[in-house]
Write a protein that binds this ligand. Structure first.
Ligand SMILES: Nc1nc2c(c(=O)[nH]1)N[C@H]1C(S)=C(S)[C@@H](COP(=O)(O)OP(=O)(O)OC[C@H]3O[C@@H](n4cnc5c(=O)[nH]c(N)nc54)[C@H](O)[C@@H]3O)O[C@H]1N2
Ligand SMILES: Nc1nc2c(c(=O)[nH]1)N[C@H]1C(S)=C(S)[C@@H](COP(=O)(O)OP(=O)(O)OC[C@H]3O[C@@H](n4cnc5c(=O)[nH]c(N)nc54)[C@H](O)[C@@H]3O)O[C@H]1N2
Ligand code: SF4
Ligand SMILES: [Mo]
Length: 688
């Protein structure tokens, strides 16, 4: 436990807070002088053990950027923005909301919570949607990210969260990283994996269509085709069973549906699997034996698994693998989805989701509903809400008004030409952000929110750890803390609130969410970093889930998952598979990272990776500008010829609005989790 909050050292004060970028949740000090952040230092006594990645070291650089929004804005008919007062902004928003609610019903209005914002802010926004508007139309960017994790792991285990803790991976005997590139995306988690391999003798298996950095440390690297994960994992499980390496005792005592599951693997012979995955059969067998024989094996995954029309089945396959080998409910094992944004775990926990109330409680359960209705003094909506992707599809139809807090769909959604058209069909769009993003530019009203450095609240990291964010500097201009904006919306809409302070919101969350019950403001403020579930104020928090075979849902449930081709296959006209992802120096739509001079000094320009065989076939030279096209759009981008990517596949980091990969991507969805298939579509490439 670390307790330093603020220290005075001469004129510089150090304010401990939580990194605003990724879900690792590193703790850092902001060095503040004369109300400006002048630097960053890592906290030693925390998940990051005194280290930070380059984004952490530079996370203050966007805070004082001159582009910060400093006043509410109203878009005029000619497309320009006029500064307006907060009074006027609130009046317009509430008038519109009440008008649509009256005319088209509460479900004509929708809200996007923000995985960049705090738990308290997301809690208040979902409460506003449910209590004041009367709709469950509230979702967050987890929809584009780990929605299949939540659906899949709830089905298999009863809880949708990362099962084990960050530090535990260091002591696993075998680490299986599939569809996750942590040296770029979760650097302080990758550090632990590398440490396990180099210092503790762990064996690493990496499965990824690209030879990511970690492949260099791997005992076995499986370069499988995008969209072939179910076949790969089913094939590995069949080898494990054929060699009697399954954990019989665990299966019999703690799981159900095993026989049916076992049957379903029959057709996944090494030959068949090798054909689908494009990986050598012997290599798949070797990986399966290594995993099957391990004392403790941890599975680590991210977007390579979830962003498919079979995202949920992919996650379920990994849950099967963990149960089959008894690698769950124990130290240094587990199914470990690395959550992306600094607070995507928390945004989901506190109910910024259309089908659950805070704490993943069912909106259909009578007792739960009664509890919330009494606590919140309201009548709750009875119909499930729409997801982010459905809200965009329904824009201009069912959805007339959309309120977006800290999300930038004009770059992050798939099939951007369609997304832009749909968003422009809305009658009324409000964006609450800290910069005038591509999405804010088409909003009717823009509200200036706060950055992480100007407010207090909590973020929940990928390992379910709730950590404090502390105010270090004043807000720019007339900007307001995001939670204050929502609190004022409540009050202007005629709802009294008694929140004097962020601690009042956290304490209300603890009261209504059993998983956060013991996580009080008092404890968090003291510097305790508690991992939920935490059932009471003296409980130390939970390091790993499902201990001793006691799954949250009772028994662990095996499921049947079959290989299914991606929605769009390469064809004569579009002969290559495009897969998209990220790089170390940029974050998402770049609203923050492009305003960091240090990161930009390192960041490359937009690029597409192409295998030398394909470069030869399409007459493309390294460094040349080329056109990449799908049936949905085209972009011009620099080619990088590299054998780190398999023939037949090209890779584009999707960060860049000026060469947006999402102009090309397909908006096909997983039928259950409604996540888009960002990781596979068909494209063609032509030299310019
Ligand atoms: N620097 C930086 N860090 C970030 C972010 C960022 O934008 N920048 N974003 C944060 C967020 S919100 C998230 S969700 C995480 C994402 O973190 P990751 O999921 O690690 O990131 P991605 O690059 O999207 O995808 C991971 C890997 O999936 C591989 N892949 C592609 N197709 C397939 C497939 O079909 N199967 C498999 N198994 N693998 C495939 C890609 O080659 C890539 O190496 O990162 C977080 N951290
Ligand atoms: N092709 C492709 N597309 C993808 C993905 C992919 O792998 N491939 N990944 C998907 C994934 S996993 C994700 S998570 C999404 C991410 O998509 P988004 O969440 O839309 O992307 P961000 O750029 O992170 O948007 C966050 C916004 O919050 C604002 N912001 C930051 N801090 C604050 C704050 O404190 N208050 C307020 N009010 N605003 C703030 C930022 O300025 C920014 O505009 O993209 C998805 N899109
Ligand atoms: S690993 Fe993630 S949380 Fe840690 S410093 Fe880097 S971006 Fe921030
Ligand atoms: Mo994400």
């Amino acid at each position: 436990m670390s307790v330093i909050t603020i220290q005075q050292k001469g004129k510089t004060k150090l304010v401990q807070t939580t990194c605003p970028y990724c879900g690792v949740g590193c703790q850092l000090y902001l060095k503040v002088r004369n109300d400006r952040i002048v630097g960053v230092l890592p906290v030693t006594d925390a998940v990051n053990e005194g280290k930070l990645c380059i984004k952490g070291w530079t996370c203050h650089e966007f805070v004082h950027h001159p582009d910060r929004l400093t006043t509410p804005l109203k878009r005029e008919d000619d497309g320009t923005f006029t500064p307006i007062s907060w009074d006027e902004a609130y009046d317009i928003i509430i008038k519109k909301f009440m008008e649509y609610k009256e005319k088209y019903g509460p479900d004509s209005i929708a809200f996007f919570g923000s995985s960049k914002c705090t738990n308290e802010e997301n809690y208040l926004l979902q409460k506003y949607a449910r209590v004041v508007i009367g709709t469950n139309n509230i979702d967050n960017c987890a929809r584009l990210c780990h929605a299949p994790t939540v659906t899949g792991l709830v089905y298999a285990f009863g809880s949708g969260a990362m099962t084990n803790s960050i530090a535990e991976v260091e002591n696993a005997d075998v680490i299986f990283v599939i569809g996750s590139n942590p040296t770029h995306q979760h650097p302080l988690y990758a550090r632990r994996i590398i440490k396990a391999v180099l210092e503790k003798g762990a064996k690493l298996i990496v499965a990824d269509p690209r030879a990511i950095d970690l492949a260099e440390f791997a005992t076995i690297y499986l370069p499988h085709n995008p969209g072939s994960d179910i076949a790969l994992v089913n094939g590995m499980m069949k080898v494990i069973l054929d060699n009697n390496l399954e954990d019989r005792e665990f299966i019999e005592n703690f799981t159900e549906n095993f026989e049916e599951f076992k049957e379903s693997l029959n057709k996944y012979t090494l030959d068949y699997v090798s054909k689908i995955t494009g990986v050598d059969a012997a290599l798949i067998k070797e990986a399966a034996l290594l995993f099957g024989k391990a004392e403790s094996a941890a599975i680590v995954y991210a977007m390579g698994i979830t962003q498919h029309i079979v995202g949920v089945s992919n996650v379920l396959s990994l849950a099967n693998l963990a149960m089959l080998t008894g690698n769950i409910g124990k130290e240094s094992t587990g199914v470990n989805p690395l959550r992306g944004h600094n607070n995507v775990q928390g945004a989901c926990d506190v109910g910024a989701l259309p089908d659950v109330l805070p704490g993943y409680q069912k909106y259909t359960d009578e007792k739960t509903v009664k509890f919330f209705e009494e606590k919140w003094k309201c009548t709750l909506p009875t119909k499930a809400g729409l997801t982010v992707t459905e809200i965009i599809n329904q824009a201009g139809e069912q959805i007339k008004a959309l309120y977006i807090m800290g999300e930038n769909p004009m770059v992050s959604e798939p099939n951007l030409n369609k997304t832009e058209k749909k968003l422009k069909e809305l009658d009324f769009l409000v964006v609450q952000d800290i910069f005038l993003t591509e999405t804010a530019q088409i909003a009717d009203i823009v509200l200036p929110g706060s950055s992480f450095a100007e407010k207090e609240g909590t973020f929940t990291n990928t390992e379910r750890r709730v950590q404090l964010v502390r105010r270090a500097v004043p807000l720019p201009g007339k900007a307001k803390e995001d939670w204050i904006i929502i609190k004022e919306l409540f009050e202007r809409s005629g709802y009294k609130t008694s929140y004097r302070h962020i601690g009042d919101v956290l304490d209300e969350m603890a009261e209504v969410m059993p998983i956060y019950r013991g996580i009080t403001y008092e404890r968090v403020k003291k510097g305790e970093y508690i991992q939920w579930p935490c059932p009471n104020p003296t409980h130390p928090g939970t390091k790993f889930l499902h201990a001793n075979g006691k799954f949250s849902r009772g028994k662990g449930r095996f499921s049947i998952n079959h290989h299914l081709e991606p929605a769009e296959r390469p064809n004569r006209k579009y002969p290559l598979v495009l897969t998209t992802g990220r790089i170390l120096f940029e974050f998402h739509t770049r609203s923050l990272t492009k305003r960091s001079p240090t990161l930009q000094a390192h960041a490359p320009e937009p690029f597409v990776e192409i295998n030398p065989d394909d470069a030869f076939r399409f007459h493309i030279k390294d460094g040349q500008k080329i056109k990449v096209e799908s049936t949905r759009g085209e972009i011009t981008i620099k080619a990088i010829v590299t054998d780190k990517i398999k023939p037949g596949i090209v890779f584009i980091p999707w960060h860049y609005a000026e060469a947006a990969a999402n102009l090309l991507t397909i908006d096909a969805l997983d039928p259950q989790a409604k996540i888009p298939e960002y990781k596979v579509c068909a494209v063609k490439i032509t030299p310019l």
